[in-house]
Design a protein around this ligand. Structure first.
Ligand code: ATP
Ligand code: MG
Length: 414
């Protein structure tokens, strides 16, 4: 009996010992885990602090340097070193650097003027040609557009979107620096005014194949924004003056100051203030402020109509019933025999009627009042791609004086 009791007692004390050992081990591992956690979080917060410090230094760098004179102790060698800081490939410039890149913002270097301010031609010390936009619009809206443009173009990259080279927020100045597009805005070529380099005295010399290439490039720009980015980006100010042309008349979409992130849900919309340019704004957005990627598709359709007809979206000086381009053109677009009646006379019949009918049908789908029935930009890209022919470098010119105005001929039907 006594032996059995002793046996039980021994087992009991062994169990107790095991419990104590296990508890000690658990406590020890808890302690080790806690110490490790403290060590890591300390390391992370130190790293974050040093990053924040560096960013603050970067932001302070521009105004400090711009205030200093040529070669004065700031280390910029009197403006010879162009880059103050690099932010995901987008450079931060000082006002002084852009002042010298644009010949002191000389009048001779002005290449255009928009609602943001004047646009200047410039050359960076490394030889790169740039366009510099100098904001002359004080107030919250201008500030918002500047920030949106910088934030979006720092992240979005496509061969069909204009590249932002850098920006400057220095001593109250706001400037945007872009790659230089040698042939400027599409509208200048569609509607050349007196004084603009066109040998035909105000008649567009943009040939059909070039127009189709521009339409395709621009559609790819919007396709990227709508379908390759998540959440999708709605441009909100797509128009012919925001399609810029390089020296080979390839097009890039520009000006993202009004852009908005769209809804990720299929058929979803975002509600927002109604902004944009008259003649390009989709009816449902104009009426309700409901914005979707299909609002851009509508604006794209208006640009296609400009390319077909050579007419600006709104001109109340045109004969009665012709003032609003969409309203005037819509009844012609889906009638094969009628398309010829709205074609730009400046094309002088130099296009395939079959292709023109197809483009008119695409434009009709894009500008239809019911947003849901408008195509996706990917569908537009697919439909336009076969219509774009390889252009020889001689044929692409729109403003070269070597190209004479041919007498009007009838387009070929094939
Ligand atoms: N990157 C660039 N390269 C060459 N020229 C440019 C460039 N950006 C703009 N321009 C020229 O400056 C003009 C004005 O452009 P800007 O974007 O400021 O105004 P807009 O598009 O005409 O009007 P809005 O302010 O309503 O958008 C363009 O039509 C074009 O000729
Ligand atoms: Mg513009």
């Amino acid at each position: 009996m006594g032996e059995m009791e002793d046996g039980y007692k021994r087992e009991e004390s062994v169990a107790l010992l095991v419990i104590v050992v296990l508890a000690t081990l658990s406590l020890a591992s808890l302690f080790v885990a806690f110490s490790y956690y403290c060590y890591i979080s300390n390391k992370v917060s130190k790293h974050l602090k040093s990053l924040k410090g560096r960013n603050e230094e970067k932001e302070k760098a521009a105004p400090l340097r711009s205030g200093s004179g040529r070669g004065s102790g700031s280390g910029d060698g009197g403006g010879d070193v162009p880059i103050l800081a690099i932010d995901s490939g987008v450079q931060v410039f000082s006002y002084k650097q852009l002042h010298s890149a644009t010949g002191s913002f000389g009048k001779g270097n002005v290449v255009g003027h928009g609602s943001f301010g004047a646009v200047y031609r410039g050359v960076l010390p490394d030889g790169r040609k740039v366009a510099v936009k100098l904001m002359d619009r004080p107030g919250k809206q201008g500030e918002e557009e500047f920030n949106t443009e910088v934030e979006l173009l720092t992240r979005l990259h496509s061969p069909h979107l204009l590249t932002l080279v850098g920006h400057c927020s220095d001593s109250g100045h706001r400037l945007l620096v872009y790659e230089f597009m040698a042939n400027g805005g599409l509208q200048e070529h569609l509607y050349p005014t007196k004084g603009y380099a066109c040998s035909c005295g105000g008649i567009s010399k943009l040939q059909w194949d070039t127009r189709m290439q521009i339409a395709l490039d621009a559609s790819k720009g919007l396709e990227y924004l709508h379908e390759h980015v998540s959440p999708p980006v709605i441009h909100r100010d797509f128009k012919s003056s925001n399609i810029l042309l390089d020296d080979n008349f390839h097009a890039k979409v520009s000006d993202f100051g009004l852009a908005k992130f769209g809804s990720d849900k299929a058929g979803g919309h975002v509600s927002t203030r109604i902004l944009g340019t008259q003649g390009y704004v989709a009816p449902e957005y104009a009426l309700s402020g409901h914005l979707t990627t299909k609002s851009d598709v509508y604006s794209y359709g208006v640009v296609l109509l400009e390319l077909l007809t050579g007419r600006v979206p709104v001109d109340m000086n045109r004969p009665s019933g012709e003032g609003i381009l969409v309203a005037w053109a819509l009844p012609y677009l889906n009638v094969r025999e009628k398309v010829i009646e709205i074609m730009d006379p400046a094309l002088e019949g130099q296009y395939s009627m079959k292709d023109a009918v197809q483009v008119a049908a695409i434009a009709a789908m894009c500008v239809q009042p019911e947003a849901d029935y408008r195509p996706l930009m990917a569908d537009v890209v697919q439909s336009l791609a076969p219509l774009v022919k390889n252009r020889s470098s001689k044929k692409i010119s729109s403003s070269s004086t070597s190209q004479s105005c041919k007498p009007a001929t009838k387009p070929e039907y094939d």
